[in-house]
Design a protein around this ligand. Structure first.
Ligand code: SF4
Length: 215
């Protein structure tokens, strides 16, 4: 969807503000005008021969990042496309020692806090203590004013389509409204993680795309 020109301009201003906030938090932001520029930036950031872990992300699917990586000299670790549960578990574990983790975020506040929910926790565990380089790719639709707004966005905008995608029988999937469910095998809101500071130099990078991407 093409965004109106003034929305694009406002998004750019917001992204510049968030990128400054990220600097104080030990994280580095990048601006991409559109999906093509984002893909180019991502590929420039991943050295040839690197092993790359894939965090489940509709944004990465839309950008075709792993389709592009498959064309090059990279080892892609993609647990979601492995049907065998034991092999999937092993690939998920191997991501911890990959060179790069690629994923998205559910929300980023204007103060530079990155907010994610996770079901099993593997994605956020790898973000917290995994590969030496973590790259988040974030559409402008994920920017929010505060941590409260981040949680609201996640429950209202991210979880319903995500639960439908994963065929979960949650209230948000069935009615569009969060029911604060506690349902084994269904609930995707098991862990809420706020990344507010990075103390390992050059580890966390966030590419902001001036488009609506993912959910
Ligand atoms: S707590 Fe349950 S109903 Fe609410 S958003 Fe999360 S998965 Fe959906």
């Amino acid at each position: 969807m093409v965004l109106p020109e003034n929305v694009k301009k406002a998004n750019k201003v917001k992204i510049e503000t968030v990128m400054k906030a990220l600097e104080k938090r030990g994280m580095k932001g990048y601006y991409a005008e559109d999906a093509d520029e984002a893909l180019k930036t991502i590929l420039e950031m991943i050295p040839e021969g690197a092993s790359v872990g894939r965090g489940g992300s509709e944004t990465l699917n839309q950008l075709g990042v792993f389709d592009a990586l498959h064309q090059g000299n990279y080892t892609c670790l993609e647990p979601h496309s492995e049907p065998d549960p034991e092999k999937r578990k092993q690939i998920t574990r191997n991501i911890f020692s990959a060179d790069v983790l690629l994923t998205s975020a559910n929300a980023v506040t204007m103060d530079g806090e990155i907010v994610n929910i996770d079901g099993t926790g593997n994605r956020m565990a790898a973000v917290i203590w995994g590969p030496d380089k973590v790259i988040f790719v974030v559409g402008a639709n994920k920017l929010v004013g505060s941590l409260d707004e981040a949680e609201a966005r996640i429950k209202h905008d991210a979880c319903p389509p995500n639960c439908i995608r994963l065929e979960k029988k949650t209230p948000c999937a069935l009615t569009g409204k969060c029911g604060n469910c506690l349902s084994p095998g269904n609930t995707v809101c098991c862990h809420t993680v706020v990344t507010r500071f990075n103390s390992i130099e050059d580890r966390i990078h966030i590419i902001f795309v001036n488009e609506n991407l993912g959910f």
